[in-house]
Design a protein around this ligand. Structure first.
Ligand SMILES: O=C[C@H](O)[C@H](O)COP(=O)(O)O
Ligand SMILES: C=C(OP(=O)(O)O)C(=O)O
Length: 440
């Protein structure tokens, strides 16, 4: 399992004290798993259905979770947004939606540069709350391995609440109106949603009248995911499943390899090849068709249904040119993988104010390009992967509420990349549902 240690692991923090790192990792190894291997297998089955063209993945959440945001309000708002988006997609596109949060573990960030300079002062870059502090001071920016222990506890607390919400009645589809209560008056997306919620409610009453057991609606399946970046953490949470004697990463149901750490001979690909979870790999614009096949050979040698998801993040201007060759090559092999579109990471730029931002229209255009390519090839657009929050932040420009550059400073709260706010997220869900309907 530990062969990754002999290979180059990119984007790992320079932990200042090897002894402290060993002690923190040992502490993590003594903790119980956060998820069970059987749940990971269930998600693999669900993703296999996506690869066959029978379902759609909605994966979303923060760019970078923070310890301070482990609050009931923040978690509920994120979940509510994802549930509303899922309701829109399920009803308007008539497709089962596999719901996966970028949640309960998304605490480590890969960075373009190792350092950050402000007013002539240079410090180590912020690499996520699991590594160092966001505050721009020399002390805060020193990597501290005990932050990974805090990541575990924060993930556990978050997952506990998510499980309570998703199984305890809050996520019951009969609550479609309730999720929108604080929203409807203020936003066009909220109003549009309210109309759809009314239709869903009537459909549910019809089903009940036909004899469907309403208790079946009480809980929803919801899965956790994060980028498996910090190999010391991921490896400390990797456990042998008592049923199958196989290793699973028990820190999340689904983990993915990021664009910056997907070297074929690198430590991340090696580690991921050993675990049995369903996994993803981000494919940016430089990915060649042969590389896509090499990833399949390394990460999914038995071509197991639902094992590997390709998360495409090319950029709006590139996806139509680069994606077809990848899909053609993989399809020519006869293997069905789930293809999902991350329309965020190829579309980031700096606003005149210095804020990192994304245009809602670029996000939308990349999803459109993704759907067009799949329609042209007869393959299945399997889902979207988005950075979002349930709060009314002003981090991405555009959308129904027309956020402009001058608004960015009003409520910019992301610790790393800009997220869609709740209204922009719902706008996106409606537009994706339309695209999906047209593709079918
Ligand atoms: O979320 C993704 C990456 O961590 C992020 O885009 C890197 O941002 P940077 O280019 O500011 O380092
Ligand atoms: C870092 C991320 O994306 P990418 O690896 O695609 O840049 C991310 O999804 O947080």
């Amino acid at each position: 399992m530990d062969t990754w240690r002999k290979l180059t692991a990119k984007q790992q923090p320079s932990w200042p004290d090897a002894g402290e790192l060993t002690r923190a990792a040992a502490e993590l190894r003594s903790y119980p798993p956060l998820v069970f291997a059987g749940e990971c297998d269930l998600l693999k089955e669900r993703i296999a259905a996506v690869a066959r063209g029978e379902a759609f993945i909605l994966q979303g959440g923060d760019c970078a979770e923070t310890f301070d945001a482990v609050t009931a309000d923040a978690i509920r708002n994120k979940l509510k947004t994802l549930l509303q988006m899922a309701a829109v997609l399920t009803y308007a596109a008539s497709v089962p939606v596999v719901k996966i949060g970028r949640i309960a573990g998304q605490y480590g960030k890969p960075r373009s540069k190792d350092t950050e300079t402000r007013d002539g002062v240079t410090l180590p870059a912020y690499r996520g709350d699991s590594v160092n502090g966001f505050e721009f001071t020399p002390d805060a920016r020193i990597p501290d391995p005990w932050r990974m222990v805090r990541m575990y506890h924060s993930s556990a607390a978050t997952l506990n609440l998510v499980r309570a919400f998703t199984t305890g009645g809050y996520a019951d589809l009969r609550q479609v109106h309730a999720w929108n209560q604080d929203f409807v008056a203020s936003s066009p997306a909220g109003e549009r949603y309210e109309v759809l919620a009314g239709e869903i409610e009537r459909a549910l009453r019809f089903m009940e009248a036909c004899g469907t057991d309403p208790e079946e609606l009480r809980s929803v399946e919801f899965f956790s995911s994060h980028e498996g970046l910090l190999l010391e953490y991921e490896s400390a949470l990797t456990r042998i499943d008592s049923r199958t004697r196989e290793p699973y990463n028990t820190s999340a149901h689904f983990v993915w390899i990021g664009e910056r750490t997907r070297d074929l001979d690198g430590a991340h690909v090696d580690y991921f090849s050993k675990i049995r979870n369903p996994i993803g790999i981000k494919l940016g614009p430089t990915t060649s068709p042969d590389a896509a096949i090499s990833y399949l050979d390394k990460l999914d040698p038995h071509r197991e249904p639902g094992r590997l998801t390709f998360v495409v993040r090319m950029g709006a201007g590139v996806v139509r040119d680069k994606l077809p060759a990848l899909i053609e090559k993989v399809t020519s092999e006869g293997h069905q993988v789930a293809w999902i579109c991350d329309p965020m990471h190829g579309n980031t730029f700096e606003a005149p104010s210095g804020h990192k931002t994304r245009r809602f229209d670029d996000v939308l255009d990349e999803v459109k390009g993704f759907f067009e390519v799949h329609r042209g090839l007869g393959s299945h657009p399997g889902g979207i992967h988005v950075e979002l929050t349930g709060d009314d932040v002003t981090e991405c420009v555009g959308g129904g509420d027309e956020i402009v550059f001058d608004d960015l400073g009003t409520r910019y709260e992301s610790a790393c990349d800009p997220r869609l706010n709740r209204s922009q997220s719902l706008d996106l869900a409606f537009l994706v549902a339309e695209m999906y309907r047209e593709t079918r």
